[in-house]
Design a protein around this ligand. Structure first.
Ligand SMILES: O=C(O)CCC(=O)C(=O)O
Ligand SMILES: [Fe+2]
Length: 515
């Protein structure tokens, strides 16, 4: 799970440093080795020349005879091992197998990184060729991708059965391949993937054209000819059907399905992505009702140092507080959590078991009030600000999202049917959520509420707070929210999930669906 948090990517940079050292060492040793090989070639050459001048008299000399035999037996054995062996094997063994402190990503990690990039491409509507140039929203963030890199993204998509992205990236690979002087990938290999995926996307005509191109550059390609026949037949059948007035089931032009979600999910999904991109969906009138003021909660701590409270939405009431955590407190929390970050889990709604899921990609750790004064202080501050007891709240969850890290729309509370959720805690449902933003995020990473058109942008030191349950204990469906994928930078949050038990005299219960 290397791809889920920035801290892990830092470890990979360390590995990269070690790889550079190993390569340098390898070059040095190899150059010395080649020098020895060159010397041997010289020695053999000299002797051969001497012998060739007069073969008979050369061989008549017993020393020469001996040397010839030696040169072709033990000397050649040494030469052989010099040529075959090389230091490479030892050096590679040393860096990969013996070094436990080095982290190398595996195939699953590579796939995860590719999927993350493709998710960003979709959510933020990034253009393939701009992305390949390293441009993210106009600003150049990274180095360019080679044709080979684009091919690799396409291949990962292909292996995931995602032909839409395969076509996008193979096309980009093809274009880049044309311009490359030192080719990073073979054109025929790209065409092979591209033609098949184009067919799978419903564009048989174009798939056939690409296959013909492939046959032109590689007439003996193992699959191209049979594919050609197959595509021709498929096209013929469609044309025939058309003639018969039967409109045929294969669209002639590609219609790339943008969204693979079930129809019922599309509106939420679209709203979620629009909000993530920063599109404003809330009306002016709704926005004009929101206020900002200084907040004291009649507590001595905040009377001395009032907090800025900003209303983000009224029903359900979502508020933001600014300058809640200091940079020093944030540093302490990050340092405590960093060595314990693990891939975040979600509760299976049927079994109540915790498991990892692709709709939540981040790393998290839990901190208790007992382990550090700063953690206890944060808990106390939340209690003072909300008036709710922290004695039944969950521990402080610290979360780090890497590039592409996200949490798709969800509720923080358990629905009626999720009977097993929070059972072991014995503190009731999650009545409210307190979310601390512990970093600014360069791009992306908003917390969005798609059903009420709200987007909250992370700001270091700020916090968001809302009730998940109505006063009568029923869940408020409008609190459904998501963490948008991080487009650039790294996002740190920490949250306190506050539970029902113990709040009886703090938040008056009611019969109505009201907050
Ligand atoms: O990170 C965010 O912005 C939201 C996180 C969240 O919703 C959660 O952890 O339940
Ligand atoms: Fe949440």
């Amino acid at each position: 799970d290397v791809f889920t948090a920035l801290v892990d990517l830092q470890k990979l940079l360390h590995t990269e440093g070690e790889i550079i050292k190993t390569l340098e060492q390898y070059l040095k040793v190899e150059e010395q080795r080649l020098q020895k090989v060159r010397q041997l070639r010289e020695d053999y050459g000299q002797m051969y020349q001497l012998a060739s001048q007069d073969v008979d008299s050369f061989l008549a000399n017993p020393v020469n005879a001996y040397l010839l035999v030696k040169r072709l037996s033990s000397d050649w054995k040494n030469a052989e091992s010099l040529m075959l062996g090389g230091e490479g094997k030892n050096l590679i063994e040393n860096i990969t197998r013996k070094r436990e402190d080095l982290k190398f990503p595996d195939n699953e990690d590579l796939n995860g990184a590719a999927v993350a990039l493709l998710r960003l491409q979709d959510t933020y509507k990034l253009d393939t060729s701009n992305l390949a140039k390293g441009y993210i929203r106009g600003a150049k963030h990274s180095s360019e991708l080679t044709a080979g890199d684009c091919f690799e993204l396409g291949r990962q998509s292909y292996n995931n059965g995602d032909f839409y992205h395969t076509v996008l990236w193979m096309q980009e690979a093809l274009e880049r391949n044309e311009d490359e002087i030192e080719k990073t990938i073979d054109k025929a290999v790209i065409l092979d993937y591209l033609s098949f995926s184009t067919y799978m996307q419903g564009n048989t005509k174009h798939a056939l054209k690409l296959t013909n191109e492939l046959i032109e550059i590689d007439p003996d390609h193992p699959r191209a000819r049979s594919n050609k026949v197959y595509f021709e037949n498929a096209l013929y059948t469609t044309e025939e059907k058309k003639k018969r007035g039967d409109d045929g089931d294969v669209p002639v032009e590609a219609t790339y399905a943008e969204n693979k979600q079930p129809v019922s999910e599309v509106p939420e999904r679209e709203k979620y992505e629009m909000l993530c991109r920063g599109e404003k969906l809330m009306s002016e009138t709704e926005e004009s009702k929101l206020k900002c003021h200084y907040f004291t909660n009649n507590h001595p701590y905040f009377l001395l140092q009032p907090l800025k409270e900003e209303e983000v939405f009224l029903k359900p009431r979502i508020v933001m507080y600014h300058d809640v955590l200091s940079n020093k407190e944030i540093e302490v929390v990050k340092i405590l959590a960093a060595p314990r970050l693990k891939r975040a889990t979600v509760q299976n709604s049927v079994s109540g078991e915790l498991e990892t899921a692709n709709y939540r990609i981040s790393k998290s750790a839990w901190l208790t009030n007992q382990e550090h004064d700063v953690v206890a202080r944060i808990s106390q501050r939340i209690e003072d600000l909300t008036g709710l007891t922290m004695s039944t709240a969950e521990e402080l969850q610290v979360v780090n999202y890497g590039i592409g890290g996200h949490y798709e729309p969800h509720f923080d509370f358990a629905r009626r049917e999720e009977i097993n959720a929070f059972k072991s805690l014995g503190t009731g449902n999650r009545i409210a959520t307190w979310l601390n933003y512990m970093s600014d995020v360069e791009a992306g990473g908003a917390t969005v509420f798609p059903h009420i058109n709200v987007a909250v942008w992370p700001k270091k030191g700020s916090a968001a707070f809302w009730y998940n349950l109505f006063k009568n204990g029923e869940g408020d469906m409008l609190t459904r929210h998501a963490a948008c994928p991080v487009l650039a930078g790294s996002k740190w949050v920490s949250n306190k999930w506050i539970h029902e038990r113990g709040q009886e005299f703090r938040r008056k219960c009611g019969l109505k669906f009201s907050d």
